[in-house]
Design a protein around this ligand. Structure first.
Ligand SMILES: [Zn+2]
Length: 292
């Protein structure tokens, strides 16, 4: 899905999968592990890898919020303690498009099409089918991309976090063979409709088709026109991060891969964890992010 600025206009990607872990020596260097659960998460001394920046009690919501920074990459982690059965994780990046090709939106779909540790065709779909999740999706806004998951089951939650982290930091889109195929599938490709016709080729693709639907909606066109005029000439908010179907076919694999390389880095990430401290102690929360 692609979100519209300010409004609840995000579109969701599809469905997810389940598993669990992520940042050691830098999220960017996570290695392939088998088990989702770290054996020594409960004894993990996070102070070697993270700095605690601040803690605040939010009395009106009965929450305690703590902000951590990963020492070697600068990734920021907001951890919330709450008396809630739900456990929530979200991996978020600042993503700033330069044109209407929809590269943030296409990337949002594409990173969920298999990763180094989970080289399935569509891990997201497998998660949707098999996870006990209470939420699983991804959203593209004009200036950021978010990958949130939630579950009331602790092991399921670990799995979801593991799949999502691997998807964000080690997606198969960076593979020189699979990457261009995923772009064609999720972004755009040519399709022969009728060889006898004067124009036998048409454009197809998951996001291309999705955005054709969006651009066929009067409400959506109205919203986009307002946005474009309110932010005329603005380098970010005058752009459609979801993708204009007229511009999507201009997206190359090189630009697609470069966008991931530029923005999907721990230093550009803001991570969010939420749950009960007895079910999900801070040592385990930070361990999940650390192990890769
Ligand atoms: Zn979408």
């Amino acid at each position: 899905m692609a979100l519209l600025p300010g409004a609840a206009a995000m579109r969701a990607v599809r469905s997810p999968m389940a598993m669990g872990s992520a940042l050691r020596g830098g999220l960017a260097t996570m290695s392939t592990q088998t088990a989702v659960r770290a054996p020594d998460a409960s004894t993990y001394d996070w102070t070697h890898d993270f700095d605690l920046l601040t803690t605040e009690h939010v009395s009106e919501r009965a929450l305690t919020a703590s902000l951590y920074r990963h020492k070697s990459t600068g990734a920021e982690v907001l951890s919330i303690d709450a008396d809630d059965e739900n456990k929530v994780f979200s991996c978020n990046f600042r993503t700033l498009p330069k044109d209407d090709t929809g590269v943030p939106h296409i990337l949002e779909h594409s990173v969920l099409c298999g990763s180094r540790k989970y080289p399935l065709k569509e891990p997201f779909v497998e998660l949707l089918k098999g996870s006990l999740k209470t939420f699983l999706n991804a959203m593209t806004a004009p200036d950021k991309t978010m990958y949130p998951v939630a579950s009331m089951n602790t092991q399921d939650f670990r799995n979801l976090v593991d799949v999502y982290l691997d998807a964000c930091f080690h997606p198969l889109i960076r593979d020189p063979v699979r990457g261009p195929q995923i772009l064609k599938q999720e972004g755009w490709h040519y399709e022969v409709t009728d060889p006898q016709k004067a124009q036998p080729l048409s454009y197809k693709g998951v996001v291309f088709n999705e955005m054709k639907g969006v651009y066929s909606s009067a409400d959506s066109r109205h919203y986009r026109a307002i946005q474009r005029h309110l932010f005329r000439g603005h380098p970010i908010y005058s752009i459609d991060s979801g993708g204009d179907p007229r511009a999507i076919p201009a997206l190359t694999y090189e630009a697609f891969e470069a966008f991931h390389k530029t923005y999907y880095h721990p230093a550009n990430a803001r991570l969010f964890l939420y749950g009960r401290p007895d079910e999900l102690p801070i040592s385990e929360r930070l361990f999940m992010l650390q192990v890769r």
